[in-house]
Design a protein. Structure first.
Lengths: 111, 117
């Protein structure tokens, strides 16, 4: 079945360093969504990308959707301690319309 | 209410028992979703309601799991003959557009942590 893989699983950075998480799908996606889950919290919707090659920015966060619509990335510039949490991508299969979450990348930021 | 609420926040039960988990969506949201999240994993889709009907229940793992939404608002996830493998956080989400999980922005509740001993 369809799989959505995220790497890395964990990332520890010093405050001020950049951070990137990558999301790869085994099948073409119609769109991709990104969520953030704080420790002990629930997933919070960040953004949705729909178009091939799309790039969206939210302050220090940059989201990209690959040209082939099979991969995506989230880049955080100059991390802050408030960025701590697990970042999930969730891809929607072009074939089935189902939303499949990746296993997440957990970010730790050392002050 | 201001957001999605779920009760109880924690549920501990014994193997073989029956449990009910409740979700109260954001007022006016027509779509409601149930997910299961195991430790270190992303949410796993279980079922999606549009109004009172289950539009997609393909994620329910087996016939021990059942969900209802009789009046198109509150939903209850029911698990019969619980097993230790059912232990997880059960998340509920709601959305307003009704386009389904592939297009709608979903607002998640705090979840119910189910522990089966």
């Amino acid at each position: 079945g369809q799989q959505v893989m995220q790497i890395p699983q964990y990332q520890h950075v010093q405050e001020g360093e950049d951070f990137t998480t990558y999301c790869n799908s085994s099948t073409t996606l119609s769109n991709i969504q990104w969520y953030k889950q704080r420790p002990g919290g629930h997933p919070v919707f960040l953004i949705q990308l729909v178009k091939s090659g799309e790039v969206k920015k939210q302050k220090r966060l940059t989201f990209q959707f690959g040209e082939a619509k099979k991969n995506s990335s989230l880049h955080i510039t100059a991390t802050q301690t408030t960025d701590v949490g697990t970042y999930f991508c969730a891809g929607v299969s072009s074939n089935t319309g189902k939303l499949i979450f990746g296993q997440g990348t957990t970010l730790q930021v050392k002050p | 209410g201001a957001g999605v609420s779920q009760t109880p926040s924690n549920k501990v039960t014994e193997k073989g028992k029956y449990v009910e988990l409740r979700c109260d969506p954001i007022s006016g949201h027509t779509a409601l979703y149930w997910y299961r999240q195991s430790l270190g994993q992303g949410p796993e889709f279980l079922i999606y309601f549009q109004g009172t009907g289950a539009a997609d229940d393909s994620g329910l793992p087996n016939d021990r799991f059942f969900a209802v939404r009789p009046e198109g608002s509150v939903s209850t996830l029911k698990i019969q003959r619980t097993e230790r493998g059912d232990s997880a956080v059960y998340l509920c989400a709601s959305s307003s557009l009704g386009g389904g999980p592939s297009t709608d922005t979903q607002y998640f509740g705090p979840g119910t942590r189910l522990t089966v001993l």
